[in-house]
Design a binder for this molecule. Structure first.
Ligand code: NAD
Length: 353
């Protein structure tokens, strides 16, 4: 990775996090190539990335599992590094359709890594998740916290991590000139939207996640929010998660990309970093923050706990600070206000007029 400007292949670049990554990359002077099959995103997101940045990207409407298409893309484009966001991400759906998740996420990733190796493109940032960690009594997760995903979605992430560790291990022994340089980024709970309000999370149907759900209640599309459990051993009884602004999250990817060129990675390797704020917010704190931004109450009711939900967990983000020089900058107010700005400007997501 020496010539400039570098070209980054962004898989899943039309999606929620990938689209924000494209904006930051283009604004930082990188060239961007996107592969996305649009199974959970809209091409309008790509148009808006170009509008926000005033720059163009190259888009391939392809599925990662199509090896012929991937080989052709790598033959056409000169790629320096890959940010691999493409994947299915709904925990509940992964329990109902595990084969789909293993096929799309694990096989799709294998197909990508094969194409990368064939093209000698061996710099990779992978979207992993805090779901790879085992549930223990420890509430704060460091990168050396025991692994042990508890659902098929989490297991796809854990398997891809294992594959990448094996790839890097095998490679330093046999090919030291151009070794795999891999960073696994374990996200906590990304929320928020770009400050322009032009790109954001656009879930199909009823949202699975708290913030899109609250904003659809606030705008009147959904009647009320169910708070699952108010009898957890937390200060207000509701579950606590480490929410992170999506723009902070993608800035962590740019820091990781820069780290691949430092002496830490001279001999290649595969290393995991948490991307989280380092402390949690309860569901009630999020609701109250939203109410402050709205200036009116949010309708909610208390429902029973959901099976498998933990009371509280959050990141230890010190490794990312020490080695990637990254930490969150946005506040809870930013996360909520930016979500609401996106929601009000786009009440029907990318289908809004
Ligand atoms: N959003 C979160 O809360 C969260 C948390 C932890 C990790 N992650 C991971 O981050 C990544 C991005 O998440 P997101 O929230 O932006 O999801 P998203 O669904 O908005 O984006 C994923 C994109 O990948 C595309 N895609 C999926 N399978 C594909 C395939 N086989 N070939 C080509 N394109 C494909 C989809 O069309 C979509 O545009 C995912 O890998 C997800 O598992 C997300």
């Amino acid at each position: 990775m020496t010539q400039h400007p570098l070209t980054i292949l962004v898989t899943g670049g039309a999606g929620y996090i990938g689209s924000h990554a494209c904006v930051e990359l283009l604004q930082a002077g990188y060239q961007v190539v996107v592969i996305d099959n649009l199974c959970n995103s809209k091409p309008e997101a790509l148009t808006r990335i170009e509008y926000i940045t005033g720059k163009t990207l190259r888009f391939y409407h392809q599925d990662l599992r199509d090896k012929t298409a991937l080989a052709a893309i790598f033959a056409t484009e000169t790629i320096d590094a890959v940010m691999h966001f493409a994947g299915l991400k709904a925990v509940g759906e992964s329990c109902q359709k595990p084969q789909l998740y293993y096929d799309n996420n694990v096989y799709g990733s294998l197909s990508l890594f094969e194409a990368m190796a064939a093209a000698k493109v061996k710099n990779l940032i992978f979207s992993s998740s805090a779901t790879v960690y085992q549930e223990t009594d420890q509430r704060q997760y460091s990168e050396n916290h025991p692994l042990g995903a508890i659902n098929p979605y989490g297991r796809t992430k854990a398997m891809i991590e294992e594959i990448l560790r094996d790839l890097a291990n095998a490679d330093t022994e046999i090919n030291a000139e151009n070794p795999w340089k891999i960073i696994l980024l374990r996200y906590f709970n990304p929320i928020g939207a770009h400050e322009s309000g032009m790109i954001g999370e656009d879930p199909d149907g009823i949202p699975n996640n708290l913030l899109p759900y609250i904003s659809q209640v606030a705008i009147g599309k959904l009647a009320q929010l169910s708070v699952f459990g108010n009898d957890y051993p937390t200060p207000d009884g509701t579950g606590i998660r480490d929410y992170i602004h999506v723009v902070d999250l993608v800035k962590g990817h740019l820091k990781a990309l820069a780290a691949l060129t430092t002496e830490h990675f001279n001999n290649g390797g595969c290393k995991a970093y948490n991307l989280g704020g380092g402390h949690g917010y309860s569901v009630m704190e999020i609701i109250h923050a939203f109410e402050r931004v709205l200036g009116r109450p949010i309708q909610y009711s208390i429902a029973p706990r959901r099976a498998g939900d933990l009371a509280e967990y959050f990141a230890n983000p010190k490794l990312a600070l020490n080695e990637l020089n990254w930490q969150v900058e946005k506040t809870l107010h930013d996360m909520v206000a930016d979500t609401w700005n996106w929601q009000t400007k786009n009440p029907y997501g990318y289908n809004s007029p």
